[in-house]
Ligand binder design. Structure first.
Ligand SMILES: [Zn+2]
Length: 303
């Protein structure tokens, strides 16, 4: 097989996903393993093991490798500044990988990598101005303007901790009423559990909304309003044409995308070209995006 191949690795809170991908986006092999507790410095060894596993399974060698991680990440320096879940601070990830592997390496942010993959192979293929919003345990975002993923300070895209209700629910960050505490999949599960008086998750809430339950519809529309409140100025500032929803809550599909589109349109008069869509690559987007980062490295080396 000709052409370059790269390994992309996505380190999540509970699972590490890895793929061996060709330059045209074909996944030759994929693998998953549990994330060890506080994996920081171990990531170099883990990346080497995953590369060896993927190469052995396919009989093809990798020409480059990249690892993407959640939390605050500084793209230019390749430093993972902070992750609450994974327990690191100022982890020099690219340097760490370069010390463990003999091929070109890169590192990046999981959500920005996911957007890159959605733009190349998924639901954002034909759009160059995109806001990608995975709604899961937390809420993060990534922005693409003019076909380029924005990556400035480690705080780029951190919309989850915009306070929308100062007297609202307690957030993991210590503040009250953050978007993440009011409208993430985890938050909606908690809110719906309170209403129902027994443990429920966001999926149960979506089922109740579809069944026409008025209490569920109320919770849902409050969440949609909260999202529109935070997203509309971001969309206006960046000239976004597509809001791409990912994460667990996006499984609700049109039940979420349609009212969010209406709420955004109401706040952004005249923006008839704005659309809201659900991402296509699911929980593999991060690993595919990491492979894209690695392949781009080879193009940079050549040019
Ligand atoms: Zn917060």
């Amino acid at each position: 097989m000709s052409g370059p191949r790269a390994v992309g690795i996505d380190v999540g809170g509970t699972r590490i996903k890895a793929v061996l991908m060709t330059g045209s986006g074909d996944v030759l092999e994929a693998t998953v393993r549990p994330t060890p507790a506080r994996p920081g410095p171990e990531l170099g060894t883990i990346a080497g093991e995953l590369r060896a596993e993927l190469e052995a399974a396919t009989g093809h060698s990798a020409d480059a490798l990249a690892v993407v991680v959640p939390g605050l990440f500084e793209d230019r320096a390749g430093i993972a500044r902070w992750s609450a879940n994974l327990g690191w601070r100022d982890l020099a990830l690219t340097e760490l990988l370069a010390g463990s592997l003999d091929i070109p390496v890169a590192s990046g942010h999981d959500v920005r990598a996911g957007l890159l993959a959605e733009h190349r192979f998924g639901a954002a293929r034909e759009v160059d101005d995109v806001l990608f919003l995975p709604l899961g345990t937390g809420i993060a975002s990534a922005h693409m303007t003019g076909g380029v993923v924005t990556a400035g300070s480690p705080w780029t895209g951190e919309v989850g901790h915009v306070v929308i209700r100062p007297d609202g629910r307690e957030c993991g960050c210590g503040a009250r009423g953050c978007l993440e505490a009011e409208a993430s999949a985890a938050a909606l599960g908690r809110i719906w559990s309170e209403v129902e008086g027994e443990p429920r998750d966001a999926e149960d809430l979506a089922v109740a909304v579809r069944a026409g339950d008025d209490r569920a519809k109320g919770v849902w529309s409050e969440a949609v309003d909260a999202l529109a409140l935070v997203l509309s100025p971001a969309v206006a500032a960046a000239g976004t044409r597509l809001v791409l929803l990912g994460g667990g809550l996006a499984l609700a599909g049109d039940l979420l995308a349609d009212p969010l589109h209406r709420a955004l349109s109401a706040r952004l008069p005249g923006r008839s070209e704005l659309s809201v869509r659900v991402a296509e690559l699911g929980d593999r987007a991060g690993a595919l995006g990491a492979a894209c980062l690695a392949l781009d490295l080879l193009t940079e080396v050549e040019s």
